[in-house]
Design a protein around this ligand. Sequence first.
Ligand SMILES: Cc1cc2nc3c(=O)[nH]c(=O)nc-3n(C[C@H](O)[C@H](O)[C@H](O)COP(=O)(O)OP(=O)(O)OC[C@H]3O[C@@H](n4cnc5c(N)ncnc54)[C@H](O)[C@@H]3O)c2cc1C
Ligand SMILES: NC(=O)c1ccc[n+]([C@@H]2O[C@H](COP(=O)([O-])OP(=O)(O)OC[C@H]3O[C@@H](n4cnc5c(N)ncnc54)[C@H](OP(=O)(O)O)[C@@H]3O)[C@@H](O)[C@H]2O)c1
Length: 281
Amino acid sequence: MKTTDLHHHTASESYAGAEDLPGTKPLTPQLNAMLVGRQDLHPELSIVRVRPDQGPVPPFRPGQFVTIGLLDAPAEHSPPKLALRPYSVTSAPDKREDVELYVNLVREGALTPHLWTLHEGGRLYLKPTVGGTFTLDEVPNGKDLVMVATGTGLGPYISMLRHFRGKDRWRKFVIIHGVRNVADLGYRGELEAAAKMDANVLYLPTVTREGWPGLQGRVQDVLFTDLYPQCAGAPLSPEQCHIFLCGNPVMVEAVESELVARGFRKHKRREPGNVHKEAYW
Ligand SMILES: Cc1cc2nc3c(=O)[nH]c(=O)nc-3n(C[C@H](O)[C@H](O)[C@H](O)COP(=O)(O)OP(=O)(O)OC[C@H]3O[C@@H](n4cnc5c(N)ncnc54)[C@H](O)[C@@H]3O)c2cc1C
Ligand SMILES: NC(=O)c1ccc[n+]([C@@H]2O[C@H](COP(=O)([O-])OP(=O)(O)OC[C@H]3O[C@@H](n4cnc5c(N)ncnc54)[C@H](OP(=O)(O)O)[C@@H]3O)[C@@H](O)[C@H]2O)c1
């Protein structure tokens, strides 16, 4: 199943897959996990941790997503509904006591407004399986990995970096993170520290809606200008680079088209290429 299918098919639907709590009427989907951490970066952006009640998070690979569910406030005489949404895992796969997620509030959304009312100890549903193919599984060792994100699309790269750093998995790991405001640069401290300690890790945050001393403009203004070779010390070449695109779907499509025009190939399971993508909506 494509991730987008999962997203659309599960939007706000009444949840039929979860077990029901014994003896409750009307039947209520079972909330099988707890919010065990939340770090609010600003009022609309958080890093949360979710712990399943029954043992560790299932095994996953960096770049994959979990699905969480939250009950809406039921109207009188109607059973509560569980909104289910996928979220990329930011934690490393060797830490499976809980799962870390990087989430922004969508005010008109079905799930995130409920997540924003949840405190540590709050109950939610965590699907007991993980999914997704936005991983390094089909990427050879020794490449320049160019990880492009807008907003919370940074998440998968955090898990990849936490897991593979120092293991000779790549020649360079270049993160280009496009955000509106400096306050949206989640994981900035961790990424700056990683780049400082490891010459093969580059962190290139770029901001669109306020001035700051760093890079200014959209991710394309870094990727498709002289800035990329200047910062990376190597050209953006289809021979040496694999590009990952994650976040805003308009950015993902626009950057993919430009890469294809520059000789890159979309990655498909039966037709391996060097452009990998995950659109968040
Ligand atoms: C594979 C996959 C992984 C994802 N991982 C993450 C993640 O790690 N972090 C994260 O924050 N989101 C992630 N998303 C998006 C997430 O699943 C939800 O769609 C999002 O949190 C909004 O949920 P909602 O129910 O509140 O709003 P929805 O009812 O789902 O969305 C309402 C509308 O808001 C817009 N929208 C949806 N998501 C976003 C968004 N993130 N930013 C801006 N506008 C949006 C769309 O136009 C959508 O129609 C992922 C999506 C997919 C498909
Ligand atoms: N971040 C905030 O401060 C803020 C405030 C209020 C509400 N929200 C809500 O939070 C949600 C997500 O916001 P977000 O800021 O994380 O995501 P976003 O709107 O996708 O913006 C993130 C970054 O992506 C850029 N971008 C947008 N379209 C692009 C494209 N086609 N190509 C390349 N880059 C593109 C934006 O640049 P531009 O600035 O040029 O668009 C911005 O730098 C939304 O629902 C939003 O309403 C966020």
